[in-house]
Write a protein that binds this ligand. Structure first.
Ligand code: 5GP
Ligand code: ZN
Length: 115
């Protein structure tokens, strides 16, 4: 856990967030600046800064983000209509918070390619 990390602070309850899902390894909460009617962030409780910083043991944890996404999509009723999962890595991709997170966007038509 990094003392200066925004998402570690959310995990520790030091900064409030609308928690949507939680288990031993994963936390999901609404994005504060939503880009779609459903826009939440799914994070590992373990601090990992970027995809580049994953170690081999982190494969399992990152797989659990997908399992959480699947459960959340079902709960939100967007499984069949569809949703987008995005992980940005470093500046050119637009990563601004350096604790790995999976965006889940849903409930509107999303264009491709992204900007
Ligand atoms: P990135 O650009 O790093 O992939 O995504 C970071 C996301 O975190 C952005 O969509 C941004 O709106 C969101 N965000 C930034 N600060 C906060 C915060 O304090 N609370 C919540 N819930 N989301 C945040
Ligand atoms: Zn962190």
């Amino acid at each position: 856990p990094m003392s200066e990390c925004l998402f570690c602070k959310i995990r520790q309850g030091e900064i409030p967030a609308d928690i949507i899902f939680e288990n031993d390894d994963v936390l999901a909460f609404n994005d504060v600046n939503p880009q779609a009617p459903v826009h939440l962030l799914i994070i590992p409780k373990k601090h990992i800064s970027t995809v580049n910083d994953m170690v081999d043991d982190d494969q399992l944890i990152m797989g659990k983000l997908f399992s959480a996404a699947r459960a959340i999509a079902k709960q939100k009723g967007v499984s069949d209509d569809g949703y987008r999962l995005v992980v940005n890595c470093n500046e050119k991709a637009g990563q601004t918070v350096f604790h790995i997170h999976m965006h889940m966007l849903a409930d509107r038509a999303l264009t491709w390619p992204p900007g």
